[in-house]
Design a protein around this ligand. Structure first.
Ligand code: NAD
Length: 261
C-alpha cells in the first residue's frame, strides 16, 4: 500500500531534518501539516512550493511545541481540517550546551517540553483516530543521544533518553491495533541546530570552531561524515511503509556507527 493520500504532521518542519522529512513525505504523495517557527512570508512560500511541486495539500500551524495547551489546540484544528492524522513525526527540538552547574533552569524546562513532552501531547491527541482506523505511524526523532551521552548536554540527553522510553511504552499499548511507534536516532546532521551549538561547544571545551567540527562532532562518527536530512527522510518513509509493519517499539540508528563503539 502506498502512502499517497495519507495525512502527516511533522513538528518543527520549517528547518533542517523536519523540513527534509516533510519534503520526503510530500514526494510520496502525503498531505502535510507543517509546524515550526520562522518568518511568516518564508513559511508561506515553503507551503506553496511543497504543494505545487508535489501536488499535495499543505497546511501550516505555528503551535508552540513548548506549550501543551497550544499543541492540543493545533491537534483539534488539524483533525477538523484533515479528518485525522495517519502519520505523526515528532521532530521539533532545541539544544543548549553548558556544564550542569551553569545550566539555566529555563533552558532545562524548554528542552524537556519541546524535545520530550510535545511528543506526549501530539501522540495523545492522534492515537484515538489511529486506533479507530487501525492504521497509524508515529515516528519520534530522537538522537544518538537517546542511546549514549555526551558531556554538557544534560537536558538534551535526558529528553532523548526519555523519548526512547515513551516510544517503547506507547508501542506496547497499540501493538495490536495497526499503529506502530518507533524512534530514529540520528548522528550529527549539519542543520541550523548543530551550527548554532558549535560556538557554545567551543567555549565550553576551550577549542576553535573548526576543532569542534573535526574533533568533537565527527570524532563520535566513525564514518567521519555528517548524516544527511535525505537519509533521515528515507528512514522515516521506510518506517511508515507496510514493509515496516512489524517494527514497533524500536529504533533505527542512523549515526555513522557512533553507538557501535
Ligand atoms: P533545526 O534547528 O534545524 O530545526 C528545528 C525545528 O524545530 C525548526 O523548524 C524550529 O522552528 C522548530 N522548533 C523549535 N522550537 C519550537 C517550538 N517551541 N515550537 C515549534 N517548533 C519549534 O534542528 P534539526 O537539527 O533539524 O533538529 C530536528 C530534530 O532532530 C530535533 O529533535 C533534534 O534533536 C534532532 N536531531 C538532530 C541532530 C542533528 O545533528 N542536527 C542529531 C540528532 C537528532
Amino acid at each position: 500500500m502506498s502512502l499517497k493520500g495519507k495525512h502527516a504532521l511533522v513538528t518543527g518542519s520549517t528547518s533542517g531534518i523536519g523540513l527534509g522529512i516533510a519534503e520526503g513525505l510530500a514526494k510520496e504523495g502525503v498531505h502535510l501539516v507543517l509546524n515550526g517557527f520562522g518568518e511568516a512570508h518564508e513559511i508561506e512560500a515553503l507551503r506553496q512550493r511543497l504543494a505545487s511541486d508535489y501536488g499535495v495539500k499543505v497546511i501550516y500551524d505555528g503551535a508552540d511545541m513548548s506549550q501543551g495547551a497550544d499543541i492540543a489546540r493545533m491537534m483539534i484544528e488539524v483533525a477538523n481540517k484533515t479528518g485525522g492524522l495517519d502519520i505523526v513525526v515528532n521532530n521539533a527540538g532545541i539544544q543548549h550546551v553548558s556544564h550542569v552547574e551553569d545550566f539555566p533552569e529555563a533552558k532545562w524546562d524548554a528542552i524537556i517540553a519541546i524535545n520530550l513532552s510535545s511528543a506526549f501531547h501530539t501522540t495523545k491527541a492522534a492515537m484515538p483516530y489511529m486506533k479507530k482506523q487501525r492504521w497509524g505511524r508515529i515516528v519520534n526523532i530522537a538522537s544518538a543521544h537517546g542511546l549514549v551521552a555526551s558531556p554538557f548536554k544534560s537536558a538534551y540527553v535526558a529528553a532523548k533518553h526519555g523519548i526512547m522510553g515513551f516510544t517503547k511504552t506507547v508501542a506496547l499499548e497499540c501493538a495490536q491495533e495497526g499503529v506502530t511507534v518507533n524512534a530514529i536516532c540520528p548522528g550529527y546532521v549539519l542543520t541550523p541546530l548543530v551550527e548554532r551549538q558549535i560556538p557554545d561547544t567551543a567555549k565550553a571545551r576551550g577549542l576553535t570552531e573548526e576543532q569542534v567540527k573535526r574533533d568533537v562532532l565527527l570524532a563520535a562518527q566513525p564514518t567521519k561524515k555528517f548524516v544527511t536530512v535525505e537519509q533521515i527522510a528515507a528512514t522515516t518513509i521506510f518506517l511508515c511503509s507496510d514493509a515496516a509493519a512489524s517494527i514497533t517499539g524500536s529504533h533505527i540508528a542512523v549515526e555513522g556507527g557512533w553507538t557501535a563503539q
